[in-house]
Design a protein around this ligand. Structure first.
Ligand code: HEC
Ligand code: HEC
Ligand code: HEC
Ligand code: HEC
Ligand code: HEC
Length: 267
């Protein structure tokens, strides 16, 4: 006698039971979370082993986030930099910047013993949550939306709740946050700094039809040239480029659809 059902079906009832229990539990707890306005981690600001300042390095020196957090863009995890990255500037005989400063002693020691600096984690998603950095950065969500104004922080602090309700709030209305990809690590970006002509030219260059762009600016409207689009947008949004203007175009034409189903974030 052969097996009529493959082996895995033995597990099916159990899987279903777990699934149902998880959803029932999840909905109640999830709802409770969603309605908690201020999650307690906001403000968490541990003292780090080395007084590393983002305000100096990312703010004043203007280093791009990816110089140190080099994996954020291409992998699910953002990394903290290795000692070698610091030594590009602070290493003796290299940049030699402040290489004998007592504030850098810990980095020198860590390097000698080939150990990483024991940085204290500030942001940590629970293990049952699936989160991917690159999936956000490559779709036009900035570090700033999730970590706050890091380039002005002496010490990194937990600026956003990163609760389930917070994730979902953006997933439901991504147009409030989307920005052009080249602005993702520019923490001082403001939509009104964008040049309207270049923005629409950029969309046209990517092959989006002028009529589709016009219809997204204002329902039922048509256009043929970039000048048409700029004048239509000026009438609809005013003199300056606005977040809603940029966000709705990017959402529509890049087909941004952040997931809201449980299994997207809990796999
Ligand atoms: C010169 C290297 C360097 C640059 C440039 C840099 N960082 Fe960092 N970053 C670090 C180091 C080292 C840490 C770990 C120590 C700390 O938390 O301050 C860190 C920590 C962080 C953390 C907290 C990680 C955690 O534990 O949760 C965030 C968020 C962060 N950086 C974001 C940014 C953003 C956004 C930018 C660009 C505006 C940036 N960083 C630029 C070196 C850098
Ligand atoms: C691109 C060059 C560059 C890189 C890379 C860099 N730094 Fe710096 N760092 C500087 C400069 C410039 C200063 C400011 C020096 C001054 O105040 O004159 C500085 C200042 C500091 C200070 C304060 C030193 C003091 O005595 O005031 C610390 C601590 C420090 N950096 C740690 C780090 C760590 C840790 C890393 C690696 C995660 C790092 N830096 C990477 C250029 C760099
Ligand atoms: C959509 C929200 C979001 C965006 C955008 C985002 N982050 Fe994060 N970041 C998170 C979350 C959530 C965590 C905690 C993840 C975890 O524990 O797996 C985190 C963790 C980190 C960490 C700590 C990693 C570690 O293992 O210690 C660093 C560093 C970091 N982010 C840097 C950045 C930088 C730099 C950018 C922009 C280039 C960025 N993040 C953009 C949400 C975001
Ligand atoms: C500021 C806006 C924003 C926030 C906050 C945010 N997301 Fe997203 N998320 C997006 C966008 C935009 C996408 C891309 C959708 C697409 O590609 O169509 C996305 C996609 C995803 C995806 C699907 C892509 C993948 O990696 O499989 C997951 C899962 C996800 N987000 C989880 C999270 C979690 C967990 C949090 C909270 C810790 C979070 N997101 C916070 C905007 C956000
Ligand atoms: C966009 C991503 C996302 C989606 C979609 C999502 N969750 Fe979550 N969920 C999270 C994050 C992030 C946390 C952790 C929150 C925290 O650490 O405060 C969480 C936490 C939870 C928790 C644990 C709460 C606790 O007590 O710690 C449960 C249960 C849960 N979610 C169930 C669900 C269910 C059921 C659904 C579908 C209706 C769902 N989630 C959809 C991101 C998501």
């Amino acid at each position: 006698m052969g097996n009529f059902f493959p082996r895995w079906t033995n597990w099916l009832p159990l899987k279903l039971a777990i699934g149902v229990a998880f959803i029932a539990f999840g909905v109640s707890v999830g709802v409770a979370y969603y309605f908690t306005p201020k999650y307690t981690r906001v403000g968490y600001e541990p003292t780090q082993p080395v007084p590393f300042s983002h305000k100096i390095h990312a703010g004043q020196l203007g280093l791009d986030c990816r110089y140190c957090h080099s994996f954020a863009e291409n992998s699910s995890h953002a990394n903290v930099p290795t000692n070698q990255t610091c030594f590009n500037c602070h290493g003796p005989g290299k940049g030699n910047i402040k290489s004998s400063s007592p504030k850098l002693e810990m980095v020198v020691k860590a390097n000698e013993t080939k150990q990483p600096v024991p940085w204290i984690k500030v942001h940590k998603a629970p293990d049952y949550v699936y989160f991917n950095h690159s999936a956000h950065l490559n779709r036009g969500i900035s570090c700033q939306s999730c970590h706050g104004q890091i380039n002005e922080m002496e010490v990194v602090k937990h600026a956003e709740p990163q609760s389930m309700g917070w994730c979902l709030e953006c997933h439901r209305n991504p147009e409030q946050k989307l920005r052009p990809l080249e602005q993702v690590t520019n923490l001082n970006y403001k939509p009104e700094q964008l040049d309207r002509t270049s923005f629409y030219q950029g969309l046209l260059a990517k092959g989006v039809k002028a009529d589709e762009i016009a219809g997204t600016i204002s329902e039922g409207k048509k256009a043929t040239t970039v000048e048409d689009l700029v004048s239509l947008a000026s009438t609809t949004f005013g003199e300056n480029v606005t977040q809603l203007e940029v966000g709705t175009q990017l959402k529509k034409h890049w087909q941004i659809q952040p997931p809201e189903n449980c299994t997207a974030c809990h796999r």
